[in-house]
Design a protein around this ligand. Structure first.
Ligand code: ZN
Length: 286
């Protein structure tokens, strides 16, 4: 009889351990899916293309070009950065870019320089590898055009030919900038390089908008610019990506909860906490 009871007890322990393992697995998978995949949809779905004034054109209105502008992706090469950092940053940027393409359906995407971090030092082999990863991350359908501008980190111009380093960043080059403005007569200038957002009004009322970095290595919440462009007018809005500190806080909270769950299961919590935990469980089961 005692042997039978001992056997049943062991079976119960095994069953409850299996249930615990199942609970832990479900929680871990759900949190990973939320923080690494669905979060990009939940955040980017709130972004809207700005409204721009359109004139009558033939039977309807003049066409509006939907353009996305991002900058300073700084893909890490083989020299700098830990492999985990590299993996994480590239996953974040790939998911953000692919989700934005799917939800916002831009017609053209501009990347305003500093695609790579180590273009200046790369060997031909490392360069080929970096380019291959870039093409995978920023893959797109044939209905989307991708235009990439070279930045100082891509080919090391920063150290050899400072004047080209700014990847259209005219504000850091007053003389060349003024000449370019006079020569090109733009309506709007968008630039990268600064890693943060700022606006400068140039002589003649030309607005320059600096696009923040698209990499979480440079910012807690990267963003990109959405532009609605017609042949006469434009409107811009900014689309923010998830805050990294909130994601890390979520992971921290979930890990603490899982530790509590395991300790409670093996009755290793201090007795006051354990009785509270048991009361909470009975309350939830009612
Ligand atoms: Zn940069």
């Amino acid at each position: 009889m005692a042997l039978l009871r001992w056997g049943l007890g062991r079976q119960n322990v095994h069953r409850s351990s299996r249930v615990l393992l199942l609970k832990l697995t479900v929680i871990v998978i759900s949190v990973l899916l939320l923080c690494e995949y669905f979060i990009y949809y939940l955040v980017i779905v709130r972004c809207r293309w700005p409204e721009v004034k359109t004139l009558a054109h033939g039977d309807g209105q003049e066409p509006v070009l939907k353009a996305m502008f991002l900058a300073d992706t700084h893909l890490l090469g083989e020299i700098r950065g830990h492999w985990l950092d590299k993996l994480r940053r590239e996953w974040q940027m790939e998911r953000a870019f692919q989700t934005a393409l799917w939800l916002l359906q831009p017609e053209v995407v501009f990347i305003l320089g500093d695609i790579f971090d180590e273009g200046k030092w790369s060997t031909p082999q490392a360069w080929a590898d970096d380019v291959q990863r870039f093409q995978k991350m920023f893959r797109h359908g044939s209905h989307v055009q991708l235009k990439v501008v070279i930045g100082n980190h891509d080919i090391g111009f920063h150290y050899h030919h400072g004047c080209i380093s700014a990847s259209l960043s005219i504000n850091s080059l007053p003389l060349l900038g003024c000449q370019l403005l006079w020569w090109l007569q733009p309506r709007l200038v968008l630039s990268g390089h600064t890693h943060s957002a700022c606006e400068v009004l140039h002589p003649g009322g030309v607005l320059e908008v600096s696009v923040p970095s698209f990499s979480w290595r440079n910012r807690n919440n990267p963003s990109f610019i959405m532009g609605s462009l017609t042949s006469r007018d434009y409107a811009l809005s900014k689309c923010y990506l998830p805050f990294e500190d909130r994601v890390l806080t979520t992971y921290g909270a979930v890990v603490s909860f899982l530790v509590l769950l395991v300790l409670a299961h093996f009755e290793r919590l201090p007795s006051s906490l354990l009785s509270g935990w048991k009361r909470c469980r009975t309350h939830m089961r009612r």
